[in-house]
Design a protein around this ligand. Structure first.
Ligand code: GLV
Ligand code: MN
Ligand code: MN
Length: 418
């Protein structure tokens, strides 16, 4: 099967079928929730591993729970073109964010294997186990382990049930002391390519199925906790309260206002928890997360500092004790110019007009850029909707993405030496 012979539709059908199989692996029936180090992580990993083997790859689960497949080149142990994306999801997710890149990469290798075609380089497919960072406060845990930038401090962070990452790894059957063995060397790779849904409206507005990504925005995640005083809801006068939840509400609105008034800045409080959490008790403690993003790292850093100052100001006015921790930080990463060029050429060969666009969403490439040059293909999604069950990609666009990725692989040449 070659990229140019119009078999994108067949490739697309197989991809949709597998996306549906992965979507059925969920912590709750009727929605898609698949978080790091869960039973669903295990089940999805086993399925992906079997698809990799069926496509002619050797495959294994690495020390952090990623699934890595390898298709040798025309001689063994050649450096590899790394393809991939993630297979964890947000809670009540759509089915395309992450899995589309994993399944399409495997379908491309399967197409090569079907013709017994070997290339002058190896291909590896990485299915990353934690990109979303839903369970623990950090994110990109899977790809950071591969890039060798896993932060050991994250092992102590707790999920919402009080299980630490260290403990969760043990329960899953992984050894937290051996995460380092998942790390790979830059010399093992030629480049990293990821196909992902756009998660925004630009391609749809341009009436284009595909785009070339120029850069991935940086992000900061904060964990904030406000300590006040719990008390009786019917007896403590309103003026004498130190209500941690009311304080958090004021902080949240301040952050929303700040980001609304500042073009290019995105700020979200996506999770909040109040203690003790009873109707008739004044909340004595409240913790919440903050996610701030911007294409400019300098702009983001200044904005985070301003948000922290407003949290501290609200806490002071209300007699609350604030604690603010940075749980994750990534700088903006540029997709390599030479890979943007290769992707544009593959799109042109396959008959698609190209546009270049930045990614406001985070991707595994943020971590993998420390290991090798990265390039990304965006596929149009309906209405730009993502992180929502209504996420949808048209079959024709899936076929278009698969054709371009396969063409890119078949014509791939390493970075030119200067
Ligand atoms: C991942 O989807 C992120 O951008 O947070
Ligand atoms: Mn994603
Ligand atoms: Mn996502």
């Amino acid at each position: 099967m070659t990229a140019a012979n119009g078999t994108g539709a067949a490739l697309g059908d197989e991809i949709v079928e597998r996306i549906d199989q992965l979507a059925a692996i969920s912590e709750r029936a009727g929605e898609i929730t698949r978080v790091f180090l869960s039973a669903e992580h295990r089940a999805a990993a086993e399925l992906i591993l079997s698809w990799m083997q069926d496509a002619g790859m050797t495959a294994h689960m690495d020390a952090i729970g990623n699934v890595i497949g390898r298709y040798e080149g025309n001689t063994p142990r050649l450096p590899a073109l790394l393809l991939g994306s993630h297979f964890d999801t947000v809670r009540n997710a759509g089915k395309w964010d992450g899995p589309l890149g994993v399944v399409t990469a495997i379908a491309c290798v399967n197409a090569l294997n079907g013709q017994s075609k070997r290339l002058p380089f190896a291909i590896e497919v990485a299915a990353f186990a934690d990109e979303e960072g839903v369970r623990f406060a950090s994110t990109l845990i899977g790809s950071r382990a591969v890039a060798g930038s896993f932060d050991e401090g994250v092992l102590a962070t707790m999920d919402r049930n009080g299980t630490s990452l260290r403990q969760a790894m043990r329960e899953f059957g992984l050894d937290p002391q051996h995460v380092g063995t998942a790390a790979r060397a830059p010399s093992e790779f030629l480049a990293y390519l990821e196909l992902h849904i756009e998660q925004g409206p630009v391609l749809e507005a341009e009436d284009l199925p595909l785009g070339v990504v120029t850069a991935i925005s940086g992000a900061t995640r904060l964990s904030v906790s406000l300590e006040g005083m719990a008390g009786h809801a019917g007896t403590v006068p309103m003026a004498m309260r130190r209500d941690a939840l009311a304080g958090a509400a004021e902080c949240i609105v301040a952050i929303e206002r700040q980001c609304r008034d500042d073009i290019g800045l995105f700020g979200t409080v996506g999770s909040i928890h109040a203690d003790p959490g009873a109707t008739n008790v004044i909340p004595g403690r409240c913790s919440f997360t903050v996610d701030m993003r911007c294409a400019s790292d300098q702009h983001r850093r200044l904005a985070v500092a301003a948000a922290v100052r407003s949290i501290e100001q609200v806490a002071k006015t209300r007699g609350l004790h604030p604690q603010v921790d940075v749980t994750y930080e990534s700088r903006s990463v540029r997709c390599a110019d030479w890979l943007q060029g290769r992707i544009s050429e593959a799109m042109a060969r396959q008959g698609f007009r190209t546009i270049a666009l930045p990614s406001g969403a985070g991707h595994d490439g943020l971590a993998i850029a420390e290991l090798t040059d990265i390039g990304m293909i965006f596929v149009r999604c309906r209405g730009g909707v993502s992180h929502h069950p209504d996420e949808h990609v048209a079959a024709a666009d899936i076929g278009a993405g698969a054709r371009v990725l396969l063409d890119l692989i078949e014509h791939f040449e390493p970075k030119p030496r200067r």
